[in-house]
Design a protein around this ligand. Structure first.
Ligand SMILES: [Zn+2]
Length: 109
């Protein structure tokens, strides 16, 4: 498991910007590189519209798709309290790393 607090299939809440307060499922997490911080693609969040010119195989037109958001703008949502939380990291007896909700002690794998 990575050190990032947010993983694929997590539910997250958006902390700022146009979609502030909205929740969605993480579709993909892009790890940080030297040039940019880690980002995540979140279902139905941060839609951007692209206008495509028609080609022989594509009728073109307006297409909406999600654009990645920096992880700093997202917060993990605890499946039990349904609120944005900053999890603490813990280890199971098996040695597997987990995230634990500080509010309700729910273990989030
Ligand atoms: Zn909780």
């Amino acid at each position: 498991m990575s050190k990032l607090a947010i993983h694929k299939k997590d539910t997250v809440v958006v902390l700022s910007g146009r979609d502030k307060g909205k929740q969605g499922e993480v579709l993909k997490v892009h790890a940080a590189t030297e040039k940019r911080p880690a980002t995540a693609l979140v279902s139905k969040i941060n839609f951007v519209t692209s206008h495509n010119k028609p080609t022989q195989t594509d009728p073109g037109g307006i297409q909406k798709k999600e654009a990645p958001l920096p992880l700093s703008k997202l917060m993990l949502v605890c499946p039990k309290c349904k609120k944005g939380i900053r999890p603490k990291f813990d280890r199971l007896g098996s040695g597997e790393k987990t995230r634990v909700c500080r509010k309700c002690s729910e273990v989030i794998l």
